[in-house]
Design a protein around this ligand. Structure first.
Ligand SMILES: [Zn+2]
Ligand SMILES: [Zn+2]
Length: 406
């Protein structure tokens, strides 16, 4: 028994009850100490009072009444927000804004929570399996895949293939530095496109955190694992490794004539994305806000009509330096200075062509950050050793014109 509780030992339960009642009514503490003959510091009275039973609350395990510390009549203390069992460790937390996350940590309570979680997980897995079932999805034959989808699929497999689970890993759990495409936005667009064409299916065995709790459960694009839904024999789904090998050899044969238009679009889109990603990263490194993606890609596309990605990066650097000088000399806002970059790049581009500038590629040009899409397109399919960086995009696609079908 704590020392201060011992000082109330001479009082009967009825007297203690009366003392507490008078205290709550607002009686002066000095008077109470005198009336009940208590040798106690006034501030310790409430601490000395024994716990009071809570009407209507019993311990679910011991079936005895729960108790509560006597309430202080001024400020409320955190101990008053809970009731406790005198026999076991069970605690009951009363609802209050500061109490909303409190859970009893006694062993039976923990065990029952674990049981509930397990039951919920079983239910959720059932719902996920029903909604994202792959049994009714027919595999798509590799022969019918467009070149864009072959390139996208191969890029995706190269980076995300998870041989152990026979699937493609979640984007959020990517390991290593190799990227699918130059930017996260493009990665996500590729994933969406392959999903819409049902070339990639949501793996219903992905971790449950990858799905929403509502009905039907939604799949979070960056959290779920994916199953490839392509067949080599027209019947069975090929494993990711088999599909990767088949795609690789189909691309290695070189561009077929009916792929040409799509290849031109792929080269253009990839080069624009390389340049935009480079510029966005440089802007971020200098604390400048980046312009709208649409304006940036329009300017990038115009630059790449005459320049290689590497030369365009040099011009982008020069335009960025111009914006920084503009801020230093004229104290304009960063947003204002950044808004001049696209126009400045285009003006510099015309001047560079007119005056035949020799441009040295910047140290940190995209070469270091080559993506798997770049490898599939420029390396495997077009067999260009310069990663598509040293010539204007049109120069690569011009090579296609004179080629016969492999
Ligand atoms: Zn108990
Ligand atoms: Zn408990």
């Amino acid at each position: 028994m704590p020392n201060h509780e011992a000082k109330l030992q001479h009082l009967s339960p009825e007297q203690l009850e009366a003392l507490y009642r008078e205290y709550l009514k607002g009686e002066k503490i000095a008077l109470l100490l005198q009336r009940y003959n208590l040798d106690i510091a006034p501030g310790s009275l409430i601490k000395a009072l024994p716990p009071v039973p809570c009407a209507g609350l019993t311990c679910p395990y011991c079936k005895t009444s729960l108790y509560q510390r006597p309430k202080c009549r001024t400020a409320q203390s955190s101990k008053e927000l809970l009731a406790f069992c005198k026999t076991c460790d069970h605690r009951h937390y009363f609802a209050s804004p500061s109490n909303w996350r409190c859970e009893c940590t006694c062993r039976p309570c923990q065990a029952s929570r674990t049981r509930v979680h397990q039951e919920q997980a079983v239910e959720q897995r059932k719902r996920v399996r029903e909604h994202w079932s792959i049994t009714r999805k027919n595999p798509i034959s590799l022969q019918s895949l467009s070149i864009t989808h072959r390139l996208q699929m191969m890029a995706m497999l190269q980076v995300r293939m998870d041989v152990r689970h026979n699937c493609l890993g979640a984007a959020d759990h990517a390991v290593g530095d190799l990227r699918v495409s130059p930017s996260q936005a493009m990665d996500s667009t590729i994933l969406q496109a392959l999903h819409e064409k049902q070339l990639l299916l949501v793996d219903p065995e992905s971790p449950l955190e990858a799905f929403s709790r509502d009905q039907p459960p939604k799949a979070w694009q960056s959290k779920v694992r994916w199953l490839s839904n392509v067949s080599l024999d027209g019947q069975r789904r090929a494993s990711p490794a088999q599909l990767y090998r088949a795609l690789h050899s189909s691309l290695l044969e070189g561009p077929r004539r009916h792929w040409h238009d799509e290849i031109i679009d792929c080269v253009q889109a990839l080069c624009v994305e390389e340049l935009c990603t480079y510029l966005a990263a440089q802007c971020a490194a200098h604390g400048l806000p980046w312009e709208s993606a649409r304006r940036a890609s329009e300017a990038a596309a115009r630059l790449l009509q005459v320049h290689s990605v590497q030369r365009a990066c040099c011009l982008a650097d020069a335009a960025l330096q111009g914006a920084l000088t503009f801020i230093a000399r004229h104290q304009v806002s960063k947003a204002h200075a950044a808004s001049t970059i696209a126009g400045c790049m285009l003006a510099l581009s015309e001047q560079a062509v007119r005056e035949q500038w020799l441009l040295t590629p910047p140290q940190n040009a995209p070469r270091g950050a080559r993506s798997s899409l770049n490898q599939a397109l420029f390396g495997v399919l077009l067999k260009q050793t310069d990663h598509g960086l040293e010539q204007p995009p049109a120069a690569y696609t011009a090579l296609l014109a004179g080629r016969a079908d492999p």
